[in-house]
Design a protein around this ligand. Structure first.
Ligand SMILES: NC(=O)c1ccc[n+]([C@@H]2O[C@H](COP(=O)([O-])OP(=O)(O)OC[C@H]3O[C@@H](n4cnc5c(N)ncnc54)[C@H](O)[C@@H]3O)[C@@H](O)[C@H]2O)c1
Length: 320
């Protein structure tokens, strides 16, 4: 039995990870921490207010619950990090270093830290980018994610701490509305379409980016967490992605279910971030080392998102 601490637990990934862990590991203790926690407590989990920059509170939480595994999800994402790079440095770099140090000193068995396609920068060939392609990011988010990967490798080599990570593409989910990333347009577009509203997209219609549906992202995290350490050839930086699409392709796929859905395009500063990222990823290392295999293709993801959002929207309407 494990005692699993999740930092940043009530963001887009954490919210769904809590549910997934409760389903597949019902006997483990889940400690869901964040700087803000929901008012309605989730049954069967411990909810803790924790700012990851506060090392003493982190140490006390790890010690109190005898934490054996940490999913370190607390992060300032790409668009927010460009708005406040000093905060992003503090949360994504300083606090990640502190967390690794505390995990090592408190004998935590393993730490999982998601990275991102933001580690790449301009100047690389942007198609089918593999894990070994040089990382030269120009955004604070990208810099902080590369640093997290390097620190994870360092703590593993130097102290034997079991640290692992995947480079996620844009993630699509219906449970939480993302607000801080560059790929958030996809979820926003779905919500506008289901609510019968026009959507103004902040990226150009032809901006191709790699993406993945949340159930596949969680599967990847959980598979990597439980993989045989000996088989990991690339501990911190496994590229994982299911498909790539552009805003205009997503809009036309949504129109198959919601004809008449209208989108206009008004690129803002997030376009510059997106233009420095890969258009598609090569997930070969993850496939080879721990059997990464996404279940949802693009069309299945679109169909499931619309079904799920329609049902949530119906429930909310009935409740109001
Ligand atoms: N969502 C994506 O599309 C995506 C893509 C690539 C990588 N990732 C990575 O996945 C991880 C989780 O991302 P997410 O999408 O859930 O992000 P999110 O922004 O939805 O959630 C991050 C959470 O961190 C919390 N947080 C911020 N500062 C904190 C602090 N000082 N102390 C404690 N908690 C703090 C926030 O309150 C929030 O709940 C991050 O490492 C992110 O870089 C996400």
């Amino acid at each position: 039995m494990e005692n699993i601490l999740i930092t940043g637990a009530f963001g887009q990934v954490g919210t769904d990870l809590i549910t997934a862990l409760k389903d597949i590991k019902p006997h483990d203790t889940i400690i869901a921490s964040d700087i803000r926690i929901p008012q309605d407590s989730k049954p069967g989990i411990e909810q803790v207010i924790l700012d990851v920059r506060d090392q003493e509170s982190l140490r006390k939480t790890i010690s109190r619950y005898n934490v054996t595994r940490i999913y370190h999800l607390a992060s300032i994402l790409s668009a927010s990090a460009e708005k406040d790079p000093f905060l992003a440095y503090d949360v994504n770099i300083n606090a990640t270093f502190g967390l690794l140090k505390t995990a090592y000193k408190e004998h935590v068995a393993s730490v999982i830290i998601p990275s991102s396609i933001a580690v790449y920068g301009p100047g690389i060939s942007r198609d089918m980018v593999g894990s070994g392609v040089p990382t030269v990011p120009q955004t604070m988010y990208g810099i902080s994610k590369v640093t997290g990967e390097l620190l994870g490798n360092y703590f593993n080599r130097k102290f034997g701490l079991d640290v692992r990570g995947v480079r996620f593409p844009g993630l699509i989910s219906y449970g939480t509305v993302p607000t801080a990333g560059t790929t958030d347009y996809a979820v926003e577009m779905f919500i506008s379409a289901v609510e019968g509203k026009h959507y103004s997209c902040y990226l150009r219609p032809d901006t191709f980016l790699p993406m993945m549906y949340m159930p596949d992202a969680l599967n990847a995290l959980l598979k990597l967490s439980d993989a045989d350490s000996e088989k990991l050839t690339n501990r911190m930086s496994y590229n994982v992605s299911a498909y790539s699409f552009s805003p205009e392709q997503l809009a036309s796929a949504i129109r198959r279910y919601i004809p008449g859905f209208e989108v206009s395009y008004r690129p803002d500063e997030r376009q510059i971030i997106a233009d420095g990222w890969p258009r598609s990823l090569d997930s070969a290392d993850a496939i080879k080392d721990w059997g990464f295999s996404p279940e949802y293709g693009f069309n299945e993801m679109v169909s499931d998102m619309i079904t799920k959002l329609r049902s949530i929207r119906g429930r909310n309407k009935n409740a109001s």
